[in-house]
Design a protein around this ligand. Sequence first.
Ligand code: PMT
Length: 219
Amino acid sequence: FTTGALAGKRVVITAGPTREALDPVRYISNHSSGKMGYALARAAQEAGAEVTLISGPVHLPAPDRVTLVSVVSATDMLAAALATLEHCDLFIASAAVADYRPATIAEQKIKKAGDEIQLTLVKNPDIVATIAQHKNRPFTVGFAAETNDVDAYARAKLERKNLDMIIANDVSRQDIGFGADDNAVTLYSKHGSTEFTVMNKALLARQLLAAIAIQLAVL
Ligand code: PMT
């Protein structure tokens, strides 16, 4: 991956989980560590891009020479993503965004009472799909985290969310995906698919950006 392959490009990357509050002390979230997104941000910066990293709550140091925008919920992440749209050539959505959030956030701590309680969840906005349908859309790359039928679901998301590319990983495996240092993915575009076998997320990030940069260059 040549230094400068993304020189002059403005790249926005979402990373980590979102947290959807239930009350002042509790939230719904997932196991994303942010490692994949932070590796992509670092690799894009090293390839010469001007990088903004929109990150949910993680325990990782901010990458050098990258603009870090810290957010909590999916709603915050969407607002931060939309704010970058005017200045974005490439948008990569590696965040594990909660699909639903609690319909209401209790102002006070929810007290323990009966043996069961009901939670009502409402759908969150789809960040990457919102970016991809914008009239000044950047080249838009999503991820697909699947536990089964990875190929079919990834191709369906590529179409439905109007993405240029989608990077699918099998998150039923312990050695890759959520929280792991390694990942193995398949990159799909309209033109076909490429497999990347298990490797460190830092190395994978460089290889993925090399493949994305080739597509960007032919546009
Ligand atoms: O953070 P790590 O521990 O390193 O783990 C990496 C990872 C497994 C989180 C990452 O490789 C990954 O797969 N990220 C996408 C997780 C996900 O939410 O996938 P999804 O298939 O549910 O969503 C599809 C795409 O839509 C993703 O690009 C997602 O960012 C985006 N999305 C989803 C819902 C939503 N409301 N808004 C979105 O933008």
